[in-house]
Design a protein around this ligand. Structure first.
Ligand code: SAH
Length: 328
């Protein structure tokens, strides 16, 4: 999955109506603006530290950063900009909009001083997952093999009981458990930094709040689902984000975790209804487009419920807005 996605993102910009999938910041400026307001609010209540960094993981076309940073500047919040990006094609697009940004291939080279305001929209779902499958002979790692001209998934030959949760004993044969070691490592490292340097991590993605079973691996090409094994490297491979696990990782690093909550609810709490109204008043010719974008971002049958928002904040930063119910 990692190799296929690296090849996929390396050469092209897959985002947008002409590509394979559309993301929230590409639907409307309102999305990035509200992310910017959310960050500015925290930053202002933390007495405006002037050595802060805006860090975006997988910034795509750079649209979210544009809308967020423009909004933050209105409140006097002008952090240094850092993008974590592996795709040369998307880096070129980002550079056209953000000439003062610093790029990082991994999180290892991110700054080690000053508070971090970290944003990840549809980043964690692109990181590789591994799967375990329950067989008559015990738990096995799910492997990929080649059968004639096709790739297929088959259980490996080694038993791996010690890597599977004790609570999973007794699940019926064929049950699949998924985990994303890459996500665990990245969030663990970022949480350590935020605990030390101060700041906040905002994760927006589709995923689940409680641990579950089953494969969530999917491939999308031209906005349609296809088999992940169908010409890998030419489709967008994703898996649902396990917010339960990510939340626990941040908590063990002593960050305060809020959510996950539904994207629609989060955006509404931060004022997307009012923003949509205002935008439509100033651009009556685009009123219908703005209404449609608001619907797509917030409605429970669109992106409003499937997408979740979770925040992890350092203990010395204030409580964030937007979460109707809070974690610990
Ligand atoms: N956040 C953007 C783009 C989402 S697509 C938006 O909302 O529009 C996923 C992004 O993550 C792309 O920019 C892709 O190049 C980047 N990406 C995928 N895997 C990555 C990895 N392992 N390290 C860094 N960036 C990665």
């Amino acid at each position: 999955m990692g190799v296929a996605n690296a090849a996929y993102y390396a050469t092209k910009d897959p985002i947008g109506e002409d590509g394979d999938f559309v993301t929230a910041p590409e639907i409307s400026q309102m999305f990035g603006e509200l992310v910017g307001i959310w960050l500015s609010d925290l930053w202002m209540r933390k007495a405006k530290p002037d050595n802060s960094h805006y860090i975006e993981l997988g910034p795509g076309r750079g649209t979210l950063a544009s809308d967020a940073l423009r909004t933050m500047a209105k409140f006097g919040c002008k952090p240094q900009i850092h993008f974590v990006e592996t795709s040369p094609a998307l880096k070129t697009k980002q550079a056209a909009l953000h000439n003062s940004a610093a790029w990082h291939k991994t999180i290892d080279s991110l700054p080690t001083d000053g508070p971090l305001m970290i944003v990840a929209n549809e980043f964690f779902d692109a990181l590789p997952v591994e799967q375990f499958i329950s067989t008559q002979a015990g738990w096995r790692r799910q492997m990929v093999a080649r059968e004639r001209n096709k790739f297929i998934a088959i259980p490996g030959t080694t038993t791996i009981e010690n890597q599977v949760l004790k609570s999973s004993a007794g699940l019926p044969a064929g049950t699949i458990l998924e985990s994303s070691p890459a996500s665990v490592e990245i969030l663990g490292d970022l949480s350590n930094r935020v605990a030390k340097q101060g700041g906040a991590i905002l994760i927006i993605d589709y995923g689940y709040d409680h641990p579950g079973t089953g494969s969530t691996l999917q491939a999308v090409k031209n906005h349609l689902p296809i088999s992940p094994f169908d010409s890998p490297g030419t489709s967008d491979l994703t898996a649902h984000v396990n917010f339960h696990s990510l939340g626990n990782i941040a908590k063990t690093r002593l960050l305060s975790v809020h959510g996950p909550t539904e994207q629609g609810q989060w955006l509404k709490t931060l004022g997307i209804d009012q923003r949509a109204k205002k935008l439509a008043e100033s651009r009556p010719d685009q009123a219908e487009e703005i209404r449609a974008a608001h619907h797509r971002l917030t409605h429970v049958e669109e992106m409003g419920r499937l997408f979740r928002v979770m925040a992890a904040i350092s203990m010395d930063w204030p409580e964030p807005e937007g979460f109707v119910y809070s974690g610990s």
